[in-house]
Design a protein around this ligand. Structure first.
Ligand code: GDP
Ligand code: GDP
Length: 437
């Protein structure tokens, strides 16, 4: 079960301030990641050993005033259906407004956990304004200041209380390979799934509450059962473009959470944009295998050099994620569609690979001797021992006298060297630096 938290509320109550506050810790680290920009609306973080994803519904706001309130109501509905818990934000300075009451009615009807959060309680004096929100019907509200950070720790304790700790996922014992197919609308996800299955299958749902978690299809592949987790097949009917986007983002995040390997599909004619990079970042953050599928290859005019040129361009865009393999497919002409499954199996194998300690040390000792970490403030930094401590996802531990002083640049260098010698194609690996003299 993935931990997905949606923030809902009418405009200007402080949703995006709260969102940024929750992700702040992380944003500082990931600034040079490809997808990092200020206008993000979802992100993954952790609290007390629980990784969770938060989505700011306020990020999906239509331009038009006529559909504004309708869009917000519908977003609340989608959040109820898709998220595991809902944070309902109200504004202490404004008190209870009619739109708050309406959102409360929608949220009360659900059986999802709803946390009522009274924001803008910037100081103790303002606590007295919390009482007016009791009638909304969610028990004792949490009072916070998203701007100032007041009570944010208590807030995070509360909202994550029902989430599972990392590594306690229910699906983990299932041996079958699970492949998620994600990407923006119209890039060809359904067509790829249909081509894989050799038949058409189209499921549209427009009745609230009837959506299933996602459609899992079993693909028989040379006697092996492979599960396709397919966000493509499920579509929500809505006249509101922003809500379709919001819905598809939530679905993708949930599919990614459950998979071993994710196929991120893009339309080669449109290329890779920041939304795609963000989805890729989510895949990497969750340490799932990743494959970039550049679909509609049939539309590209090409000679024998075209694929290499495109691949080079895409790899440059991927930057620190350039370990992700790129496949050019045509769902229309059924080109390289089977290859996706072969590659997904390969990536899954890499994810479970264990490098013998002797081999790791032999290789990396040479690398480190040739280019040791730079000493910091006159302190010599030694790395004495390397071992892979975990598989799926792979974690490689480096034991050092000064693990904290090893710079990001050097960590990246080591990752590159690990990959050069040991592959891990398509697999995010974690380098863990630990203390040992
Ligand atoms: P959203 O539309 O719900 O996402 O609201 P924003 O996060 O954009 O915030 C709306 C306004 O409220 C901004 O001017 C924020 O600076 C302000 N705001 C947000 N949180 C707080 C808070 O805790 N205290 C005070 N005083 N202002 C806040
Ligand atoms: P989804 O929204 O990502 O599931 O995309 P669909 O599978 O519904 O495809 C969107 C459109 O792109 C449809 O009109 C497809 O026929 C078309 N399409 C899908 N794959 C290809 C392809 O490989 N080549 C071309 N030329 N069109 C494609």
């Amino acid at each position: 079960m993935s931990n997905l938290l949606a923030i809902v509320g009418r405009p200007n109550v402080g949703k995006s301030t709260l969102f940024n506050r929750i992700l702040r810790q992380r944003t500082a680290i990931v600034d040079d990641r490809p997808g990092a920009t200020r206008d993000r609306h979802y992100g993954t973080t952790d609290w007390d050993g629980k990784t969770f994803t938060i989505v700011d519904t306020g990020g999906y706001v239509p331009d038009s005033n006529d559909i504004f309130e309708r869009a917000i109501r519908e977003q609340a509905q989608i959040a109820i259906e898709e998220a595991h818990a809902v944070v309902f934000v109200v504004d202490a300075l404004d008190g209870v407004t009619p739109l708050d009451e309406e959102l409360a009615r929608i949220l009360r009807r659900s059986n999802k956990k709803v946390f009522l959060v009274v924001n803008k309680i910037d100081n103790a004096q303002r606590e007295s304004s919390v009482g007016q929100f009791y009638p909304l019907g969610f028990g004792e509200p949490l009072s916070i200041s998203a701007l100032g950070g007041r009570n944010i720790g208590d807030f995070l304790d509360a909202v994550t209380s029902g989430f599972s700790k990392n590594g306690e996922s229910e699906d983990e014992h299932d041996e079958k390979l699970k492949i998620a197919i994600v990407g923006k609308p119209n890039v060809g996800k359904s067509s790829i799934v249909n081509a894989l299955l050799g038949r058409k299958r189209n499921i549209v749902t427009d009745i609230p509450g009837t959506t299933r978690d996602s459609i899992d299809t079993i693909l028989r592949y040379y006697g092996e059962d492979i599960i396709l987790i397919d966000t493509a097949g499920l579509r929500r009917r809505s006249k509101i473009k922003e809500n379709v986007e919001f819905y598809s983002v939530l679905r993708s995040l949930k599919s990614i959470e459950r998979c071993d390997v994710a196929l991120l599909v893009v339309d080669i004619a449109e290329g890779l944009d920041k939304h795609d990079l963000r989805v890729l970042e989510e895949i990497v953050m969750r340490q799932k295998g990743a494959i970039l599928v550049a679909n509609k290859w049939d539309l590209v005019e090409k000679d024998e050099l075209t694929a290499k040129a495109y691949e080079g361009r895409i790899k440059r865009l991927l930057r620190i994620y350039d370990f992700v393999p790129v496949v050019f497919t045509s769902a229309l002409e059924k080109k390289r569609i089977q290859k996706l499954i072969e590659l997904a199996r390969e990536v899954n194998g890499e994810r479970k690979k264990r490098i013998p300690t002797a081999k790791l040390n032999e290789t990396l000792r040479k690398v480190i001797e040739a280019k040791p970490p730079a000493s910091v403030r006159g302190k010599e930094i030694r790395i004495n021992y390397v071992t892979q401590v975990k598989v799926a996802p792979p974690v490689v531990a480096f034991f050092s006298n000064e693990p904290k002083l090893i710079e990001e640049k050097y960590r990246r260098f080591l990752e590159k060297k690990v990959r050069e010698s040991f592959g891990f194609r398509g697999v995010p690996i974690v380098l863990s630096f630990r203390k040992k003299n």
